[in-house]
Design a protein around this ligand. Structure first.
Ligand code: KMT
Ligand code: NI
Length: 180
């Protein structure tokens, strides 16, 4: 995992958009914004599965599935999914992703200054985005990620694209009250 301010330069979303002149973003900065991170290396013995099971039990993540975001994984849906993942949105539940293979970028909005923070994730990274945070996702130049999606009860995948309505959404309001 590597986190840094997005450079806001126009161009290919898959490029790093890193600017060394911007201040660094640490794991504890992310935690202040409600973004949690663990690294659980994928090993041959399957210890990673036990570690995931333990976090899932502690945090009441009862269900999970696996998504392959790539041209072969998404087929006809590829273009539309890539586009919708990168629309700024929020959810009414946590977004929990454990990266099994490949890599990508989650961009999250800082709560106070509303700036994009880019989080690069790859194999073994577990990232939890809190309910109500504005965010988006893109593949990197490797064009492939395989991730386990964990969720509490039934999946609340519904993305609510940012608007005046989402600004007033109770989960958004609670997020800002907790982390801004
Ligand atoms: C999402 O909700 O943005 C995704 O599931 C993206 C793919 S998972 C790395
Ligand atoms: Ni999302």
């Amino acid at each position: 995992m590597k986190a840094y301010y997005f450079d806001n330069v126009e161009g290919d979303q898959r490029l790093p958009h890193f600017d060394s002149a911007l201040p660094p973003v640490s794991q504890s900065d992310l935690a202040k914004y409600g973004v949690l991170y663990w690294h659980i290396p994928i090993d041959q013995d399957g210890n990673w599965e036990q570690a995931i099971d333990q976090i899932a039990a502690e945090r009441s993540y009862k269900n999970r599935d696996i998504i392959n975001v790539s041209k072969t994984g998404l087929g006809d849906l590829y273009e539309s999914k890539i586009k919708s993942f990168f629309e700024e949105h929020m959810h009414e539940d946590e977004e929990i992703r454990y990266i099994l293979d490949g890599a990508g970028f989650f961009d999250v909005r800082s709560p106070q200054k509303d700036e994009w923070i880019r989080v690069h994730v790859d194999q073994g990274d577990l990232l939890v985005l809190p309910a109500g945070i504005y965010h988006r996702f893109t593949l990197d130049e490797g064009d492939y990620i395989k991730a386990m999606r964990l969720f509490k009860d039934e999946p609340k995948w519904t993305p609510y694209n940012r608007s005046a309505d989402t600004d007033a959404n109770q989960h958004r309001v609670t997020y800002l009250q907790t982390f801004a």
